[in-house]
Design a protein around this ligand. Structure first.
Ligand code: GLP
Length: 244
């Protein structure tokens, strides 16, 4: 779906999420959201905060699982995704803090494998992800599933691509200080989500959007796996859709 701009697109996605939360509330069920970081979802989170404050949307039945976190990372560090989510969303809505899960960046190397298995088990215990929000990296990564990630990949520690680190280096004041690794939800759990919405804004995403949507499904471009998802939508602004 192509919108005139990212603001109208973000509002439409927020409305779909609000509708889903309310349907689940009426059924006295938990709504499991898969959440993303990066600049792309900021407008969506701002709109969800507005719906909470101005239209009484409650998140009391929402459980959220974030896609990824840098490793190593302290949760209160300026660049942590825990901090990002609190600042952009969690601190401004009535979601129960214990229901907000972001991969832990403070584990020892030995703890990571079992932690990742437990992260997936927790998602399964809540019945899987109802709606997964995604951004897309310039190389087609989803979460931190970089080029080469397999369709059945699990939640794991990954090495970040050079291009991903360069993109992040401004936040970390230089490439040398930019983490080399991260923990990411695997492609498999993303593909198991009942509904997936990938958002992309701006001309700089146009080439990778074309590759993801119109070219062959390949592990070189993990976002292309979504062509095989039963209920995935790419929500774009005009600029991001300009090469389609
Ligand atoms: C990071 C995140 C991804 C995100 C990507 C794109 O790599 N781990 O989940 O999709 O950035 O970021 P942006 O939305 O800022 O373009």
């Amino acid at each position: 779906i192509v919108y005139e701009d990212s603001t109208s697109a973000s509002k439409a996605i927020a409305q779909e999420i609000a509708d889903l939360i309310r349907v689940k509330q009426a059924q006295k069920q938990t709504c499991v959201l898969g959440l993303a970081t990066g600049s792309s979802p900021k407008g969506l989170y701002a709109e969800l905060v507005r719906l909470h404050k101005e239209e009484g949307l409650s998140f009391s039945n929402v459980v959220s699982f974030n896609l990824d976190e840098y490793y190593p990372m302290e949760p209160d560090s300026v660049n942590s995704y825990v901090r990002f989510m609190k600042e952009q969303l969690f601190n401004h809505i009535d979601i129960i803090p214990e229901n907000c899960f972001v991969p832990e960046g403070r584990l020892t190397k030995e703890e990571i494998r079992i932690y990742c298995e437990q992260y997936e088990s927790k998602i399964e215990a809540f019945g899987g992800i109802d709606l997964q929000i995604l951004g897309i990296g310039g190389n087609g990564h989803i979460g931190f599933n970089e080029s080469g990630s397999l369709q059945n990949s699990k939640t794991r520690l990954v090495a970040l691509d050079h291009i991903t680190r360069v993109a992040a280096s401004a936040d970390f004041s230089g490439l040398e200080k930019t983490p080399r690794t991260a923990i990411t939800l695997g492609v498999k759990k993303i593909m198991e989500a009942k509904r997936v919405i990938l958002m992309a804004w701006g001309e700089q995403k146009a080439n990778i959007i074309k590759a993801s949507v119109e070219d062959e499904v390949t592990n070189k471009v993990p976002a292309s796996y979504l062509q095989e998802h039963r209920n995935a939508t790419f929500v774009l602004d005009k600029a991001a859709s300009s090469k389609l």
